[in-house]
Design a protein around this ligand. Structure first.
Ligand SMILES: Cc1cc2nc3c(=O)[nH]c(=O)nc-3n(C[C@H](O)[C@H](O)[C@H](O)COP(=O)(O)OP(=O)(O)OC[C@H]3O[C@@H](n4cnc5c(N)ncnc54)[C@H](O)[C@@H]3O)c2cc1C
Length: 237
């Protein structure tokens, strides 16, 4: 069922256990004097303990009372954002049956072309052929300011080299952008990983930058969540 099914099941389980899941609710500020105050675009909540799961850079933005020394220590952790286009086609894109094509040609504006219908039956996608055009870029890259049609215009000559008629089969397409998608792991990263405990009392951090030595992935996010929940509920941190 994919990640959507996973997220829906998790939400259902949390609600059944008495938890509340809020969507479309942006946290603008976190502060703590022992009781943790979380301000959102709707209201302010108070909690005994809070686990922040944002990349550290975004945590710094919403927690202005964090000491400069803490922010300086972890502000050098680098990462890449991601911009992905998903094309909905009437026909297969990679005609040789390839599922995943990684592109190592530096002149290409696309890093990976993934033709899902070469892996999963199209009946899973309303008989459409879904093609994922993956790209990891610095968050200040010009593509982040472009809309989907501007991005496709840049990709188009490269796509035509692989399938000259793809545009005739295009039903529609979407662009997905995320400013922090992939931590960059330098030498001695193990000494730079931000800890669970933060300088704000009862505010803990469990984020993508703590996944090491593995590459980030949903499995590791789940593992991290279980680990910090255990430590907090057993009063071990
Ligand atoms: C393009 C791409 C492809 C990937 N493919 C795979 C894959 O195939 N398999 C796999 O296992 N992993 C994959 N991953 C990695 C996986 O998505 C991450 O490892 C995982 O989502 C990390 O979970 P998380 O809960 O730590 O962070 P996230 O899933 O990033 O969750 C953080 C959440 O915080 C929200 N947020 C941000 N700021 C605020 C705010 N101020 N207020 C409220 N909410 C806020 C965000 O909207 C987001 O929903 C992929 C990642 C990317 C970017």
């Amino acid at each position: 069922g994919g990640f959507l099914k996973f997220a829906e099941t998790l939400t259902e389980k949390v609600r059944k256990m008495g938890g509340v899941v809020l969507f479309n609710t942006e946290i603008s500020e976190i502060k703590s004097n022992g009781r943790v105050e979380v301000k959102t675009n709707r209201q302010t909540h108070t909690f005994d303990k809070v686990i922040v799961t944002l990349p550290s850079f975004f945590f710094f933005k919403i927690a202005p009372s964090l000491p400069e020394s803490y922010k300086n220590k972890y502000s050098n952790l680098k990462g890449l954002g991601a911009i992905n286009l998903v094309l909905r086609l009437r026909k297969q894109f990679l005609g040789d049956g390839s599922y995943w094509l990684s592109i190592c040609d530096t002149s290409s504006p696309i890093m990976a072309i993934v033709d899902h219908s070469n892996f999963m039956d199209v009946k899973n996608y309303s008989n459409e052929h879904l093609v994922y055009l993956g790209n990891y870029l610095p968050a200040d890259h010009k593509y982040f300011k472009m809309d989907k049609s501007e991005i496709l215009k840049i990709y188009d000559p490269f796509l035509r080299r692989l399938n000259k008629d793809y545009a005739k089969e295009l039903i529609d397409y979407e662009a997905f952008k995320v400013p922090f998608a992939q931590p960059i792991i330098p030498i001695n990263y193990s000494k730079m990983i931000p800890p669970f405990v933060t300088p704000l009392p009862n505010v803990y951090l469990a984020n993508i930058q703590q996944v090491y030595p593995w590459d980030r992935g949903t499995n590791y996010a789940v593992e991290l969540g279980a680990k910090i929940a255990d430590l907090i509920s057993n009063d071990q941190i």
